[in-house]
Design a binder for this molecule. Sequence first.
Ligand code: MG
Ligand code: MG
Length: 257
Amino acid sequence: MVVLKSKGEIELMDHANSIVQSVLDEMERMIAPGVSTLDLDRRAEAMIREASGVPAFLGYNGFPASLCTSINDVIVHGIPSDKEVLEEGDIIGVDCGVFYKGYCGDSARTFAVGSVSSEARRLLDTTRVSLEHAIQAVQPGGHLHDIGHAVESHVEEAGFAVVREFVGHGIGTAMHEEPQVPNFGSKGTGRRLKPGMVLAIEPMVNVGGPGVKVDADGWTARTTDGSLSAHFEFSVAVTEQGPQVLGVARDAAAATA
Ligand code: MG
Ligand code: MG
């Protein structure tokens, strides 16, 4: 069942996501060669708690941290560690979830560490822009798979591959609600999008093949071919007027549209 949210609930989710965005902004400032992923996680957790939020990932099915930190060939769900130190030329996906007054925000960005290869830059740009296209597909009366179609067509045009084993999701009082939001699909198919739905849309894109393998830790998901992977995510509400990207000032959201 898809739970529709009231305007008041969407405002709380906007606030939860604004905490997430301030954490991701701080991560962008901190990320540099020599910084460990545990350094990032500690700072993120402190910021979340200072903002009266609760880290949504910490303890989720036993996950041990407040962030997922996913370097280079890691697609998603990397575990922060003091043994994992950023190097010039890496890319790192940072995913963050926060509960505020019982409502969840969830967003991710992939950052370059210093200067990166032109291929890595193209991967980051392609994945970020595929999310922008996906957001434009969030229209009342539209169809769920319009979203995945927008991601997939942009990514395939660039010659990259969409990950199919992980998907976006509805979000609300739980981090993962119905419906699943795949990053592929046929336009005009899937359930109708209705005002009050809130969806976490999160393209995961590999330079090589779409395959995924999970490390022995049970979390860290990598590309099977060792190629680079990127991940961007926003929580987006369906409104009568179209998509509302949560946690982002309205004028900033309009500027990226
Ligand atoms: Mg996320
Ligand atoms: Mg998510």
